[in-house]
Design a protein around this ligand. Structure first.
Ligand code: ADP
Length: 495
């Protein structure tokens, strides 16, 4: 029974007790408030200049563009004013040579051309009317204000935001490298190229995808409840929530609407507890971090998000394969082990390569409750070249994946629970629902992820089972579309 015992021992390392959850919530709150006080703290708490969330009655036609990696997406969103919207979009791959263009202008001119093509294809009337108008009106201001599209620009690279439609590029990531763009305002770069084409478009808002998620959820939220938090659990993890301006003790430069008293804060919680005061730290977490491109950074994200969970599972699995005392994923019928395995694993299996195990297989494992664990065994074969996995081996894999997934969900609950407590809504407005919008493959597709989050929320001091019932976690789709449009709307109202 060596495999069963060894699996139990490994699984136990990923236990995250109720006491651990509570300790982490306290520390999360401490680090959140430290981020509101000063720069350079673990949780950055970046003011976004968005000072309110929609309630579903917003109306109008807006544009949104999303530059985040391999593709550029242009969409128009018609907000119907009844929590529904219609979205039309075009998606184009960014040519590789433009990702490393000599001048920022080359990339942004390409983006402006895609906006022009989109308008011609989908908003011909609007576009033609604008062209006619432009020919008859003498001053640019004369045509700039009417019939003009407000555009929300989702730009998923590190920027220093200094206004609702102003932010300077800190550095490129994800294979982009155009040095002269660094330090420039990305909204101005796009606007300049849009203006060269005389398009009726104003870049009204610079959008962080998490803030987009919050806005999208708040617009569509059932019962028109204002959403408190938008959170992403996909490749990475992050959250944006609404806080009182009075709680932001560090200076907020730039203009914003002071009438609401609120400010949406982009937490950048992926870096919660980089100093490891409270985060769990198994040998596998240590190994993952050491071999990552950014050791010591994004420590919360490395235990919670889709990009990393598969890698943690992989490291545990490889350890188990290498363990000479355990018959796991070994074709070992002749041994004296009481547990005989029929499994064969190809030496070129991607399980032996860093990042070779996609977190998606954890969902397959969690969803498979058949006695033969058939779907998981099939996935092991297809995705990892692990053939004829024995039932015992598949079971061990499933248990390990579950342990890593459960710990991630409980850590996710730490972040959600801390924000719920920070809002004061649990005590100040005891009848209200606390609405949270979430997006990302992990929370959308991993079975029981939300259930495990709720289970952990219910044990948090100050929330408890009753409080957990008042927290409503719902999927928020399309933050970079409808969410960006809503931020453009908020920005237009401030003009
Ligand atoms: P992004 O965050 O980049 O917008 P996604 O929300 O689709 O994209 O998240 C992608 C991440 O989620 C990848 O790291 C992938 O391994 C992981 N993932 C994709 N599908 C699943 C799934 N069914 N279960 C768990 N993780 C998944």
């Amino acid at each position: 029974m060596a495999l069963i015992e060894e699996t139990k021992r490994l699984v136990a390392q990923f236990d995250y007790s109720d006491e651990d959850v509570n300790k982490s919530v306290k520390e999360f709150l401490r680090q959140m408030n430290e981020g509101l006080e000063k720069e350079g703290s673990s949780i950055s708490q970046i003011p976004t200049y968005v000072t309110g969330v929609p309630n579903g009655t917003e109306k109008g036609l807006y544009l949104a563009v999303d530059l985040g990696g391999t593709n550029f997406r242009v969409c128009s969103i018609h907000l119907n004013g009844d929590t529904t919207f219609n979205l039309t979009f075009n998606k184009v791959a960014i040519p590789k040579e433009l990702m490393v263009a000599k001048k920022a202008e080359d990339l942004f001119a390409f983006l402006a051309k895609q906006i022009e093509a989109f308008l011609k294809e989908h908003h011909e009337d609007h576009f033609a009317a604008h062209i006619r108008r432009r020919q008859t009106v003498s001053t640019p201001e004369g045509y700039r204000d009417e019939h003009i599209f407000r555009l929300g620009f989702t730009f998923s690279f590190p920027v220093q935001q200094i206004g609702i439609n102003k932010g300077t590029l800190i550095r490129w990531t994800k294979g982009f490298d155009i040095p002269d763009a660094i330090g420039q305002d990305v909204c101005a770069l796009l606007q300049t190229e849009i203006d060269k084409l005389h398009l009726p478009v104003k870049v009204a808002a610079l959008v962080n995808d998490t803030v987009g998620t919050l806005m999208a959820r708040s617009y569509t939220s059932p019962g028109k409840t204002a959403t408190l938090l938008g959170a992403i659990f996909g490749t990475g993890t992050n959250g944006a929530y609404v806080d009182k301006v009075t709680k932001i003790l560090k200076p907020v430069e730039g203009e914003y609407d002071k009438s609401t008293g609120d400010m949406v804060i982009n937490t950048e919680w992926g870096s919660f507890d980089n100093q490891l005061n409270v985060l769990p730290n198994t040998t596998y977490d240590i190994e993952l971090d050491k071999k990552s491109v950014n050791p010591g950074i994004q420590m919360f994200e490395k235990r919670v998000s889709g990009m990393f969970l598969g890698e943690i599972v992989r490291l545990v699995i490889v350890d188990l394969i290498k363990n000479p005392n355990v018959a796991f994923f070994k074709d070992d019928n002749s041994s004296t082990n009481d547990l005989k395995s029929t499994t064969t694993i190809s030496p070129s299996s991607s399980v032996f390569t860093q990042w070779g195990l996609d977190s998606a297989i954890m969902s397959v494992a969690a969803a498979d409750s058949t006695p033969e664990i058939y779907s998981l065994r099939q996935a092991l074969e297809k995705q990892l070249d692990i053939y004829s996995a024995s039932l015992e081996d598949a079971k061990a894999f499933k248990d390990i994946a579950y342990a890593v997934g459960r710990r991630a969900a409980r850590l996710a609950a730490v972040a959600l629970g801390a924000v719920a407590l920070q809002s004061g809504k649990l005590t100040e407005t005891p009848d209200d629902i606390i609405d949270i919008g979430v997006d990302g493959s992990l929370v959308e597709h991993y079975p029981f992820f939300r259930d495990m989050i709720y289970e952990a929320l219910a044990v948090i001091d100050g929330i408890g089972p009753e409080g957990a019932k008042r927290i409503r976690i719902g999927i928020a789709k399309d933050g970079s579309g409808v969410g960006a449009a809503l931020i453009a709307l908020v920005a237009a109202e401030m003009e």
